[in-house]
Design a protein around this ligand. Structure first.
Ligand SMILES: [Zn+2]
Length: 412
């Protein structure tokens, strides 16, 4: 690309982000775009018109995933898919999700204008939902594309106002997916912001994700005996909070001794009765553990369980450990990782092979088709917040890598 085109790519990207962010914009500059709301419909419709204006085919699937399509000349049953989610969290930023859609459309337009028709179809998808911000269900868009949605679960879902999922879906003009799962999808490439601070700290422009972490989540209940703070001598107490503090301390020391990429978080602690002059009778605390390797998660959580039981026994407490979530790590396609790595090396880009500590649509696709996830830096790692920011140079660097990747997969 020459200097003129580079400049125009930056301007095109900045303008596109500003334009799309107007849909669902809050007074403080954040964006709220929840599944099947009026604002969500308005956004998808505006995007659909824009796609048509650019001369691409635009269509929805049954559930409201919006696709932009550039037909291939030779392999009409092979489609290279890129894109991300159009929904946001409540008062989210201007990049989470929509960057992948904006980048995909810019990339597809650039490729068509520069090289003409591809050999394979290229499609960009604005996925209906990923965040789970309106209904307690995540990855609705991508799960429908790969055909892994269970109808019964959806029928029971309600939002905060008591509106049922099905009712909201019908009101927006959509329905369950009845068509067969697509067998033309040969690869999925997602461009996304990192939502962590690693790339910025290490001064890298591009992250090539090798794994999306697996995670286990627990609620741990420690039961002792609530008693008078003045009349119960230290030796006669069953202090649930004292026991919990030892447990948390052991868990954190163990996590630190494991080192990267293991992370363990106790983010929620509930003390009963939570009163100044009563020995705490019960504590319930959460534990979130993530790592790129399943074996490491199992080894760590087994050791944690042993330590908790040991402390519990020693301090005369009764502890129940409830593992309520168990998500396995998902590797990205190593062939695609190598292709993207090769492009970065050829271009002399500052890239890093890394893992994603957060979940993405890519993890849903990766179980079905070759999938790659490309990161650009997030300033201070801030995300799900109006302050979400990435330098325009980094955004366009990410789009250029996406252009090269789509070229590699659809034109060769
Ligand atoms: Zn996202």
């Amino acid at each position: 690309m020459n200097a003129h085109k580079e400049l125009s790519l930056e301007k095109q990207t900045a303008d596109f982000i500003e334009w799309l962010s107007k849909f669902g914009e809050n007074s403080d500059g954040g964006v709220t775009r929840l599944l099947y709301t009026d604002c969500w419909i308005e956004t998808q419709e505006a995007l659909k018109n824009l796609i048509k204006e650019k001369g691409f085919e635009a269509y929805y699937d049954e559930v409201g995933n919006l696709f932009a399509r550039l037909e291939g000349s030779d392999f009409k049953k092979e489609t290279i898919l890129t894109g991300s989610h159009i929904d946001t969290v409540v008062n989210g930023g201007k990049l989470d999700g929509q960057l992948g859609i904006i980048g995909g459309i810019i990339a597809m337009e650039y490729l068509r204008n520069t090289y003409g028709q591809p050999l394979r179809n290229i499609e960009v998808v604005a996925m209906a939902e990923e965040e789970g911000s309106r209904f307690p269900f995540t990855f609705w868009g991508s799960k429908n594309i790969v055909g892994s949605v269970d109808r019964e679960t959806m029928e029971e879902l309600k939002d905060e106002d008591g509106i049922g999922f099905i009712e909201a879906m019908h009101k927006a003009g959509f329905d369950f997916k009845n068509s067969k799962v697509r067998d033309d999808l040969k690869a999925f490439i997602e461009l996304h912001i990192e939502q962590g601070g690693v790339l910025e700290i290490e001064q890298k422009s591009i992250g090539i994700v090798e794994h999306i972490v697996g995670q286990k989540r627990y609620m741990i209940e420690v039961e002792g005996e609530a008693n008078h703070a003045g009349t119960t001598p230290m030796g006669y107490r069953k202090d649930a909070l004292h026991g919990t503090s030892k447990m948390i301390s052991e868990i954190m020391d163990l996590a630190i001794s494991y080192g990267d990429p293991l992370v363990a978080t106790v983010g929620k602690v509930e003390v009963v009765p939570n009163t100044t002059n009563v020995v705490p009778g019960k504590v319930i605390f959460s534990l979130d553990v993530r790592h790129t390797q399943k074996d490491a998660i199992i080894k760590f959580t087994n050791e944690v369980t042993e330590k908790i039981e040991e402390i519990s026994k020693k301090m005369n407490l009764k502890t129940t450990i409830n593992n309520y979530m168990d998500g396995e790590p998902v590797p990205m396609d190593s062939n695609l990782v190598n292709i993207i790595k090769g492009e970065c090396e050829t271009k002399g880009l500052n890239y890093k092979l890394m893992h994603s500590g957060a979940g993405h649509d890519s993890q849903i696709f990766a179980e079905h088709i070759p999938t790659a996830l490309i990161f650009v830096p997030s300033h201070k790692g801030i995300s799900h917040n109006p302050a979400e920011f990435t330098k325009i140079e980094d955004l366009t660097e990410g789009i250029k890598v996406l252009i090269d990747t789509l070229y590699n997969l659809a034109y060769k």
